[in-house]
Ligand binder design. Structure first.
Ligand SMILES: *Cc1c(COP(=O)(O)O)cnc(C)c1O
Length: 432
């Protein structure tokens, strides 16, 4: 693997985590479309199986194309390692189960992605994992007051969907660490290009790489990245310190994940227990497409942020728009200044000063924007979140997070910005 300094983002997005010399000098990671790998001789097979030699055996556990994607995102995000999975929801689920399995509590805000809210409200409690929800995650006194003996993590989205509220990662990491628990960040919206939570103390990042990391709307996938700084041996997380029956030393002694993998205990456990046993795998072809997407992440996001900013300015001045949700437009916001000097991303929302029928008319009249439930695509997308992407959010929580039936969410792509603004204008004109 090519070793690069931390800050060479543009070189890393093209080269990190993959050495062509190990792959017949193919400059792009080849698609290893195979379920399993020949084991060589029995000695070699034994070494790979016990983990003393790096190698591949079965593509549910690891695959060279997927590994290149994992290595690349780990490098871009400033982590020690990553595990790619079949979707962003698998990344959220595995990360939180790995930290809180067996029972415990997680603190999280109510302004999360709809499926995360649904999972936290209706599924995790059945696994003994209870979520203490807080309306404003930057209300530090309330967050601190929710920490109990069995609290296992704080989970936040760095930039919330669709309100674009920003979580104060550095302060939340400090609060978490004082309590001996990790801060887990869903950093899907900004991607590692616009924001690296690890630089501000976060411990685990999760991504839906369905979105802007890939950027082409052609693959559902997710990835978990480990900062490698958290002490899993502090007594709160027995799953990392008890002997693990699949692991042993060279002379056959049982060991724990902490003993065997040290700072990589968390991410190794995600792979060996959750990916290997629960099985939500990213396919080699999907990893190849996602890697292609990453190659242009800088240029895509630069232009998308610039397009989104121009659209936000237009919407701010548009008489039929009552409220704009795009934290990035407020350069004086201290959280924007501190965390997002290059922009918060390409997703923004606005509330129409009109009826639901007029909102429908806008959605039905756009020609350049595509009406579909996704974000982070090179194409500009439009959706009505309350009816489509955020149906799971209970009605009682919607209003405070910018969610009512007159709110429209945009994910801004790479088209000519004048065409995008013109498209919104004509749709608004026909609606009113
Ligand atoms: C889309 C999304 C997810 C879920 O990702 P999938 O790839 O659709 O499973 C999780 N978190 C956020 C912030 C998202 O936008």
């Amino acid at each position: 693997m090519i070793k690069l300094a931390d800050n060479q983002f543009d070189t890393q997005r093209l080269h990190a985590g993959y050495d062509p010399k190990e792959h017949l000098n193919s400059p792009l990671p080849p698609i290893y479309q195979t379920a399993a790998f020949a084991l060589g001789d029995t000695d070699e097979a034994e070494q790979v199986a016990e983990g003393s030699k790096e190698g591949f055996t079965y593509s549910r556990v690891a695959n060279p194309t997927v590994r290149a994607f994992e290595n690349r995102i780990a490098a871009l995000d400033g982590g020690i390692d990553a595990v790619a999975v079949g979707s962003g929801m698998a990344a959220v689920s595995y990360a939180l189960l790995n930290v809180a399995e067996g029972g415990g509590r997680i603190i999280a805000p109510t302004n999360l992605y709809g499926a995360s809210i649904d999972e936290f409200q209706s599924i995790f409690p059945k696994f003994g994992i209870h979520i203490d929800f807080v309306d404003d995650i930057n209300d530090f006194a309330t967050v601190k007051s929710l920490i109990k003996a069995d609290t296992k993590a704080i989970f936040v989205e760095s930039v919330a969907n669709p309100s674009t509220d920003i979580a104060d990662i550095e302060n939340l990491a400090t609060i978490a660490h004082e309590a001996g628990i990790p801060l887990i960040v869903d950093n899907t919206f900004p991607t590692p290009y616009l924001f690296r939570p690890f630089d501000f103390g976060a411990d685990i990042d999760v991504y839906s790489s369905t979105k802007a990391i890939n950027g082409h709307g052609n693959v559902v996938s997710g990835i978990i990245v480990d900062h490698g700084q958290f002490d899993w041996g502090n007594g709160k997380f027995p799953q990392f310190t008890e002997n693990e029956f699949t692991l042993e030393t060279a002379d056959g002694q049982p060991v724990s994940f902490n003993e065997k993998f040290g700072s990589a205990a968390f991410i190794s456990r995600v792979r060996i227990k959750y990916l290997r046993l629960f099985g939500s795998v990213m396919s080699p072809f999907d990893a190849y497409l996602a890697l292609l997407g990453v190659e242009t992440i800088t240029e895509r996001l630069d232009k998308e942020v610039s397009n989104a900013t121009a659209i936000a300015k237009y919407l701010k001045a548009e008489p039929h728009v009552k409220k704009l949700y795009y934290a990035g437009i407020d350069q004086e916001n201290p959280l924007v200044k501190k965390y997002f000097p290059m922009g918060i991303g390409a997703i923004l929302s606005f509330e129409v000063d009109g009826t639901e029928k007029q909102v429908d008319a806008i959605l039905n009249h756009v020609k350049v924007f595509t009406y579909l439930p996704n974000v982070g695509d090179v194409r500009s997308l439009i959706v009505n979140p309350v009816k489509i992407t955020h149906r799971e959010i209970p009605a009682s929580l919607r209003e405070q997070h910018g969610l009512n039936t007159r709110v429209i969410r945009l994910s801004v792509g790479l088209e000519d910005v004048d065409d995008l603004i013109g498209d919104l204008k004509q749709a608004i004109v026909s609606a009113f």
